[in-house]
Design a protein around this ligand. Sequence first.
Ligand code: NAD
Ligand code: GLY
Length: 368
Amino acid sequence: MTTARTVDVGGEHPYTIAIGPGLAGDGTALARHVRGRHALLVSDSIVAPLYAGAVREALHAARPELAIGTFVLPAGEESKTLAHFGAAIDALATLGATRDACVFALGGGVVGDLAGFVAACWMRGVDCVQLPTTLLSMVDSSVGGKTAVDIPQGKNLVGAFHPPRAVFADTATLATLPPRELRAGLAEVIKYGAIRDARFFQWLEQERPALLAGDPDTLALAIAASCEHKAEIVERDPLEKGERALLNLGHTFGHAIETQQGYGGLGNDNLNHGEAVAVGMVLAARLSADLGMAPVADADRLESLLQAYALPTRIPAGLAADALLARMRLDKKNLAGRLRLVLWRGIGQAEVVPGVDEARVLAVLRAG
Ligand code: NAD
Ligand code: GLY
C-alpha cells in the first residue's frame, strides 16, 4: 500500500485522481478498475522500458487470469496520429478485447490522449485508466477526458470526450523525467495561477527553486493544487460549453506554433507542448494589454515568471505571423468563422473573448 493525496472529480462520470509515489505498482488498486478479463497497456518507447514491466507484473499478480496486451508507440508528439490510433485498435482486436476491457495509458500526454481516444472508440467505448508519467500529464492531460490525435492541419482535431475511470499519478516516475519536460509541465502549472488563482501564482514565484529542483513534496503540492483547479472546472463543464475554455489560455497561439513547426521530433529544436503554451500565454497577455483589457505590468510579470522557469516566451524564429494566424483560424474554440480567444484582465482573471479582431492578433504575432 502507498500513501497518496487524492482529488475527486465529480459530475456525471466521477473518478478519483490519486497522487503519490509507487502508485503504478499498486496492482490491487489498478486491477479494481478492470471489469472484464482484458487489459491493454499503451505506452511509448521511452516510458515502456522504464515502467511497463512493473505495471504488467503488478496487474498480473493482482489478477492472474487477466489477458494483458501491450502497445508501444514511438515516443513523441509525431506519434499522436490516426495511423498509430489504428494500430492500437488492432492491438485490442488481437487481444479479443470485449466491452468490459480496460485501456491503461502509461506515459505523458501523447500516450494519454491517444490511448484515451482508443478507449473511447473501441466497441463505442471501454474503460480507460490514466497512469501519467510526465508532470504535464499529471497536472492536465490525464484529467478531464479530452482525448485526441493530431492531423497535419491541426492539433487534437480528431478526438472525443471520454473521462477516465481513474487517474494514478505515480510521482516516483518524475525522477526519470528530463528537466526540459519537467519545465514544460510547470508551464501548465503556472497556467492555473494565471487563469484563476493569483495566490497560487505568487506561490509559484516563491517555490521556483524547489520546483525546478524536482523536490518531491513541493511537486506533489503543485500537482494536487493543479488537479483541484482542473477538477473544479471540468466537473461543472465537462464538454467545454463554457468555462472549461479558460484552461486553454495560451493554447490557440501555442497550438498554431506546434502545428506550424510540424509536431516535434526527438532531438530537434521544436518547442514541445508546454513550451508552446508558455509562449502562447505571453502572447495572450500581450494581446490583452494591447486591447486595453489588462495591465502591461501583469504581462511583464507572467513573462518574468516563465523566463525564471527557463521557459521560452518568444515565437521561434522562422514561423511567419500570417501563417500562425491562418493556423489559429482552425482552432476548436472559434465560432462563426471568428477568432474566440482566452485572454485575461490580469493575473488570476482569464476570460473568453469572442470576435477578436484579427489585425490586433497579427500585430501581436509580428511583435512576438
Ligand atoms: P509526451 O507525452 O510527449 O512526453 C514527453 C516526453 O517525456 C516523451 O519523450 C516521453 O517519452 C517522455 N517521458 C514521459 N514520461 C517519462 C518519465 N517518467 N521518464 C522519462 N521520460 C518520460 O508529452 P507531454 O508533455 O506529457 O504531453 C503533451 C501532449 O499532451 C500534447 O499532445 C498535448 O496536446 C497533450 N495535452 C492534452 C491535454 C488534454 O486535456 N487531453 C492537456 C494538455 C496537453
Ligand atoms: N487542457 C485543456 C482542457 O482540458 O480543457
